[in-house]
Design a protein around this ligand. Structure first.
Ligand SMILES: NC(=O)CCC(=O)C(=O)O
Length: 270
């Protein structure tokens, strides 16, 4: 098989109900991963902040060391049992110096943690009287871009607000990624405005698939997630989506025919 001809596979995005009970979130995440796998999914995605409510006051309490924490243990077991790649949404991570990050961990089909992505662009918004949220109050930004190999092709990772910055997706495409996956939690203000538009733009710009995976909406929590987890194809068309309740969406991902092995640096050509 050449590096440009990957087979197709089924991707699942789990729009998980996230509660303030971390253990319950982990049990629910594992059970939904196994359900998605029984339905044929080979790459399974969880939402941003799947083990904790999304809010700056929660990050420190729910934060874990990676790879020692219980969330990594659960996701590793789930990936192995499901025999699927798992893109573990994100969790609050605490590093050895005490800094906090919003971090996505990714597992192969044997349950090995193969890569982690720390959210690069922190979400700070202040629309007086409507929404104020400052990730940078408690989190530090990541400083690298993340891509990982699957049996079906290379995939890029960003987290939520990262989707607003087209360079990340463009670099992933130039590196030969067949898809960009964004665990994310937009809200009731920016969700209707930009959630779908951004992912369709990233997909169309780069002629690859884009998948977004949100937590389900909980109107009793302090942050109201938009939901609408979605998969968009390289033509910018939505191939799977949902409303805001807990759900699993599925899409068949087919690799593009572009030959990045033959034109690695187009800008160098006169
Ligand atoms: N969790 C996030 O990064 C939210 C980003 C968001 O809502 C936006 O409008 O951007």
């Amino acid at each position: 098989m050449s590096s440009s001809t990957y087979s197709s596979f089924k991707l699942a995005c789990i729009q998980l109900s996230v509660t303030s009970d971390k253990n319950a979130n982990l049990i629910n995440a594992k059970s939904k991963i196994l359900e998605a796998s029984r339905n044929g999914a080979k790459v399974i995605v969880l939402p941003e902040c799947f083990n904790s409510p999304y809010g700056t006051k929660y990050f420190s309490e729910y934060a874990e060391n990676i790879p020692q924490g219980e969330s990594v243990k659960t996701l590793s077991e789930a990936a192995k049992e499901a025999n699927a790649f798992v893109v573990g949404g994100s969790i609050p991570e605490r590093d050895s110096s005490g800094k906090l990050y919003n971090t996505c961990t990714v597992y192969d089909t044997k349950g090995n943690l193969i890569v982690k992505h720390r959210k690069v662009h922190l979400f700070d918004i202040d629309i007086p009287g409507i929404i104020k949220f400052q990730e940078s109050e408690t989190l530090s930004p990541g400083s690298s871009l993340t891509h990982f190999e699957t049996d079906y092709g290379k995939v890029g990772i960003g987290i939520c607000y990262d989707m607003r910055f087209p360079e990340m997706a463009m670099i992933a495409a130039r590196k030969g990624c067949i898809a960009m996956i964004y665990p994310g939690a937009f809200n009731l203000t920016t969700g209707p405005l930009h959630w779908e538009l951004l992912q369709r733009a990233r997909a169309l710009d780069n002629q690859f698939f884009v998948a977004t995976c949100s937590p389900a909406r909980d109107m009793t929590s302090t942050y109201h997630a938009w939901g609408h987890s979605t998969v968009t194809d390289p033509n910018g068309q939505i191939v799977a989506t949902t409303e805001h309740e807990e759900a699993i969406i599925y899409a068949d991902i087919v690799s593009s025919q572009r030959r990045f092995d033959l034109y690695p640096d187009i800008s160098a050509h006169k």
